[in-house]
Design a binder for this molecule. Structure first.
Ligand code: GLN
Length: 243
């Protein structure tokens, strides 16, 4: 009797668990192409594919939640989301409050200006207007190296919730430059009348994040990333989104 009940559990409920399985809430900020963006009303991009592939390997479903970048870590801490997949740079300060996976890609900061402008890297001096996304490593770099040192007046820095608004303001001449991750600015040069005039060698590594101490989920994600590195799928996704 017990044996039959046990077999029932194994035979019927285990596959069901897989079908209905756990769903992880994955927080992102979907104005960061090609990492994450909206296409035909769907969340798509490198991070989105990556977390779904890990889900396929490890048997979990993914619900993507789009929130402002500077709300991602607080949302993870309070448990509103389970995972951050947002082209997020692994930094020492963030490591104090969340746990990061192994790195899965890397990049630098870059200086984006209007295509028809004569700006070069000197756009980062004087009275120019600079845009960043709130709470990003670009924001930190501009704050630390430009506005805190009065190289650019504080009032000339505009902080945006989404890069879509920042690029729109750049194209409309409301600002002169944006400082953001170079894989993303490269993508914007293909979709908008903008160009890159400089790379700031910050040598950043991107990782996904989980709540501090959530070892189980962290190990699951790390093992997923490693499998995708070994079976060539990660390279395939890099080829698909960054080449
Ligand atoms: N990589 C940058 C950071 O972590 C920007 C990420 C983003 O804007 N989505 O701050």
């Amino acid at each position: 009797m017990f044996k039959r009940a046990f077999l029932f559990f194994i035979a019927v409920l285990t596959p069901l668990l897989f079908v209905f399985g756990v769903t992880y809430k994955v927080g992102t900020e979907a104005s960061f192409p090609p990492f994450e963006y909206v296409e035909n009303g769907q969340f798509v991009g490198f991070d989105i594919d990556l977390i779904r592939e890990i889900g396929k390997l490890k048997g979990f479903n993914v619900e993507v939640i789009d929130i402002s970048f500077d709300s991602l870590i607080p949302s993870l801490t309070t448990g509103n989301i389970d995972i951050i997949a947002a082209g997020m740079t692994i930094t020492e300060d963030r490591q104090k409050v969340v746990d990061f996976t192994i790195p899965y890609y890397s990049g630098d900061q870059s200086i984006l200006v209007r295509k028809d402008s004569d700006f070069d890297i000197t756009v980062l001096f004087g009275n120019h207007k600079i845009g960043v996304q709130t709470g990003t490593t670009g924001d930190l770099w501009v704050t630390e190296h430009l506005s805190d040192k009065n190289i650019i007046p504080k009032k000339n820095i505009t902080r945006y919730d989404t890069f879509n608004f920042a690029v729109r303001d750049l194209v409309n001449k409301n600002i002169d430059a944006i400082v953001l991750d170079n894989p993303v600015s490269e993508r914007f040069t293909k979709t908008d009348p903008v160009k890159i005039v400089g790379i700031i060698k910050t040598e950043e590594s991107y990782g996904m994040a989980v709540k501090k101490g959530n070892k189980e989920l962290l190990n699951l994600l790390n093992s997923g990333i490693q499998e995708l590195q070994k079976n060539g799928k990660l390279d395939e996704l890099i080829e698909k989104y960054f080449k």
